[in-house]
Design a protein around this ligand. Structure first.
Ligand code: 13P
Ligand code: SF4
Length: 319
């Protein structure tokens, strides 16, 4: 604990020295989330991270999360310096949607509005009409459907399938998945629910549809946190990365949270309900990048200008 306190004190001084603000996702190490809170930064879902970074006056954004979050920050504010604790932290959805194949897919379906999840590369965003996060995917697709538009959705097939079901829109799906959420098992959730009959089930829509079907609330990380606060239940079964428990427990100290079961367990399943890329963010690499300016995010200028359009559309949609 003394070492942690010392590291936190050094990082606080570096944030001031570099005129930087820490923008962290709910899945990062609780130490990082606490640090963001203590230093006037933010801990948020991917939509609010994007909004916070684009509005904050700091000249350097230190983004603790995965690469698409740093890229989004850079695209929205190209004049700012964007640093990340590591450049290795990617996302299986981003990996599973390479721009060449995606672009060809779009070319085959020119009659469809291209809606991509924020968990994609800058190049994929630049090919899109709309970028959405899980907190506004339903609303944006319902809006497009009401205008009679057909949709091409990428990359997460589970979120896309959920959106299709809820809105009834004509949605053509790309075949991508999150390796973390895909591991949640409906049978396990049902068994756990039998042992905790009063528990409400909170599910992130990147989970398989059989798990989503068991959700009392289905939503983005911030929507699940809100549900934990507002529902009267004192127990919850949560199907998303367990990093979210830091905020849930902080806001609801008297409530109990159980992680939804996954296929593996214990030591055989190190990344179960724990995104391996989010876990690459730590106090030491965070301090290092702030100290020497390493791990800066760069986005090609023309690509960034193109990708900024659907990103700004996303932010404007929920203003
Ligand atoms: P949220 O937008 O709900 O925070 O989700 C981001 C993410 O990567 C979920 O796995
Ligand atoms: Fe990507 Fe899944 Fe990790 Fe989120 S939890 S960053 S969707 S791999």
């Amino acid at each position: 604990p003394e070492q942690v306190d010392a590291a936190k004190a050094r990082i606080k001084a570096l944030l001031v020295r570099e005129n930087a603000v820490l923008v962290a996702h709910y899945y990062t190490d609780p130490l990082i989330q606490a640090l963001a809170e203590e230093t006037g930064g933010c801990v948020a879902d991917s939509l609010e991270m994007a909004r916070f970074g684009s509005q904050h006056p700091a000249t350097t954004l230190l983004v603790a999360g995965v690469k698409f979050m740093g890229e989004t920050a850079k695209i929205l504010t190209p004049h700012k310096r964007v640093l990340m604790p590591t450049l290795e932290a990617t996302c299986s959805l981003d990996i599973g949607c390479p721009i060449e194949e995606f672009s060809a897919f779009c070319d085959q379906h020119p009659d469809r509005a291209v809606v991509v999840y924020a968990n994609t590369s800058a190049a994929v965003k630049a090919r899109a009409d709309w970028v959405v996060t899980s907190s506004i995917a339903l609303d944006v697709v319902a809006h497009l459907d009401a205008q009679g538009q057909k949709i091409l959705w990428a990359p997460d097939k589970h979120l896309g399938g959920y959106v299709q079901k809820q809105t009834g829109a004509d949605v053509l799906l790309w075949d991508g998945a999150c390796i973390v959420h895909e591991e949640f098992k409906a049978q396990g959730v049902e068994d756990l629910k039998r042992r905790h009959p009063g528990a409400a089930v909170l599910v992130h829509p990147e989970s398989p549809d059989a798990v989503v079907a068991l959700g009392d609330v289905v939503g983005s990380t911030s929507q699940l946190i809100k549900a934990a606060q507002t529902l009267p239940n004192s127990e919850f079964i949560v199907a998303t990365d367990q990093g979210i428990f830091y905020k849930m427990q902080q806001l609801c100290p008297d409530k109990t949270f159980h992680i939804a079961p996954t296929a593996g367990s214990g030591a055989t399943c190190r990344s179960c309900a724990n995104c391996p890329w989010m876990a690459m963010n730590a106090l030491d690499n965070l301090e290092q990048t702030l100290r020497d300016g390493s791990n800066e995010i760069f986005v090609d200028k023309a690509l960034g200008e193109r990708a900024m359009l659907p990103l700004n559309r996303m932010l404007a949609f929920t203003k």
